[in-house]
Design a protein around this ligand. Sequence first.
Ligand code: ATP
Length: 415
Amino acid sequence: MFPPVSEQIALLTRGAVDLHVKAELEARLEESRKTGKPLRVKAGFDPTRPDLHLGHAVLLSKMRQFQDLGHEAILLVGEFTAMVGDPTGKNDARPRLSRAEVQESAKSYTEQAFKILDRNKTIIRSNSEWLDKLTPTDIVELMAKMTVSRMLERNDFSQRFEAGRPIYQHEFLYPLLQGYDSVALGNDIELGGTDQLFNLLVGRDLMSKYGQRPQMVLTTPLLEGIDAKVENGVVVGAKMSKSADNYIGLTESPLTMFRKVMQIDDEVIFRYFELLSSLSNEAIAKLKADKAGGRDPREIKALFGKEIVTRFHDAQAALAAEEEFKKIYSADAIPDNVEEKTLTTDGPTLWIAKALSATGLVKSTGEGKRLVEQGGVEVDKVRITDGNFQLERGKKYLLRVGSKNRRFVYVVVAP
Ligand SMILES: Nc1ncnc2c1ncn2[C@@H]1O[C@H](COP(=O)(O)OP(=O)(O)OP(=O)(O)O)[C@@H](O)[C@H]1O
């Protein structure tokens, strides 16, 4: 019932960063073919915020591959652990959430996960099922299985410790509780982003210490946010996350998704192709060569934008989003619904900075003047850089600010 092991390995290891135990994975896949028992694959998400984004899609897509090969996916909702707060990558302890907040987020995000996972082949479990029931004795036993020095091996903890920043006791509990989830589930493998490696390995250790067969661990790359850049050939930037506001959410509208894709750096877009596109490596290499050969990078980004909108909405929405985007944002396009405002002036003319601030395109005349001098303003499609530029009474002008997020207003200066 399962495809040959070599085929499964080829697919599952594509794009995986750490696979600690490739030989073990081969052996367990072999075993599952013999017994007909699927591997049980765990991935945990803490419902700290109600939305999933393309970064999460990297992990969920790997999970989906396991499902497509006939294995069993366990989507572990970290209801309990979200209240503790994962210290991974954090300089400070996270704010802790209430149960009601967590339950609300959990509902929306399991639904969103089914945009990628096969609903009929997914088991959803919440770690409140077992963690709520742990007694103080159980917790002492759990804590006795890990040393403080092992915890301090973790970069974010050791850095905080050395810098004299507080590490609270409950933060040490987090990896233990996440690991205990694996003990409770008895899964064969756990998936996570590379930032989760420490937590996943704690789970592996704990399973052995509780006398179970230890889980295998497979991590997937972290997708950088839409604000990432390339420096010396390397993608640099924070990982995509809601808190950094550099994300593309799985439920965002087709136009928003498409617009955000078009905002991505011309080089960084290839990272998105590699991690999320269904194009083959050869096809992606060809796009890179096209770009080097002078192909307009916007065309390449639009290909990715359409693929993503098609995946999370549909093909028709993707075409419509591209059309709409061109209308609003392409070089000379003026959108259909530009507002018109009539402004009055006491003098013979109206100062451009005043017009910009009166229409709300900028917050103050100071900001307006600066923006003009920096070249961020067009009047009737012509860029102006004179901070004292004047508009004449009785005339109508089209003002535009911004380059990526362009905004327009028609201004009529009252006679
Ligand atoms: N940008 C990303 N790219 C790839 N994987 C990601 C990304 N962000 C989160 N993940 C992975 O998704 C899983 C669930 O992450 P989770 O929802 O707990 O978010 P998180 O990493 O704690 O984000 P945040 O710090 O914004 O709350 C983890 O395995 C994590 O590594």
